[in-house]
Design a binder for this molecule. Structure first.
Ligand SMILES: C[S@@+](CC[C@H](N)C(=O)[O-])C[C@H]1O[C@@H](n2cnc3c(N)ncnc32)[C@H](O)[C@@H]1O
Length: 221
């Protein structure tokens, strides 16, 4: 997908980490501001270190679109097995987004599917990457996404911690090996391993940002 010219519209990137989501909106032409509780020296755009839900309650309506990637620890299988109790951030995030009156998206992992309302799933293979990395996107505020066709997964997966074998796909999670390869594959050259394991590939939000711009203009993407 080509990089769009700046369109003058502002995206708020909540729970931004190192900016995988933010980069996609930037490539789609939006002016991006990121919010994270932790310092994010690698984040490539304007950044405010603060609580995402407090910030969106106070400033969300000042933006044209809001993206939120609340941390997924509560929903992962490992956390359920170990009975670790992480707070539910999806519900409070949705309530705060709805109160802004702006269009929004909440992104999360497949383990959180039951918490999301009619989400659309994006798969990295559909964007030409050599990984699958499914992520779910719930939309609101009069913005909708169409579920793209999903092709069956046919490539074998390289085992965790091993270098990628020829023709195999990789899983960039945990302590995965091949940071440089992951940077190249997902187009996130500024990230370290911590950012890569958390991020969504910018191609996902470039796709969403392109659909959003078309919907704001009232034309088909
Ligand atoms: C899954 S990562 C987001 C990944 C990001 N969307 C990307 O594509 O690179 C979740 C982030 O939420 C941050 N976080 C956790 N609780 C937060 C809160 N209450 N307010 C703001 N950020 C928070 C974490 O520090 C972490 O960086």
């Amino acid at each position: 997908m080509n990089t769009a010219l700046p369109n003058g519209l502002k995206v708020l990137d909540l729970f931004c980490c190192q900016g995988g989501a933010g980069m996609g909106y930037h490539l789609a032409g939006f002016d991006v501001t990121g919010i994270d509780l932790a310092p994010q020296p690698r984040y490539p755009f304007s950044f405010v270190q603060t609580d995402a839900i407090g910030f969106v309650r106070e400033h969300g309506a000042e933006f044209d679109f809001i993206h939120a990637s609340p941390p997924c620890q509560r929903y992962t299988l490992a956390q359920r097995i170990h009975h670790r109790d992480h707070p539910d951030l999806i519900g409070p995030t949705r309530a705060a987004l709805e109160a802004t009156g702006r269009p929004w998206v909440i992104e999360n992992v497949e383990d959180a599917a039951s918490e999301l309302r009619s989400p659309v799933t994006l798969c990295a293979a559909a964007f030409g990457m050599r990984t699958y990395r499914h992520r779910l996107f719930e939309t609101g505020g009069n913005f909708t996404l169409t579920q793209p066709r999903h092709r069956p997964h046919t490539a074998p997966l390289t085992k965790m911690g091993r270098p990628r074998a020829e023709g195999h796909f990789a899983h960039y999670v945990g302590n995965f090996s091949g940071v440089q390869e992951a940077r190249t594959d997902m187009h996130v050259p500024w990230m370290n391993r911590d950012g890569i394991r958390e991020c969504i590939p910018p191609a996902y939000t470039q796709h969403i940002g392109t659909a959003l711009f078309a919907s704001l203009l009232g034309v088909a993407a």
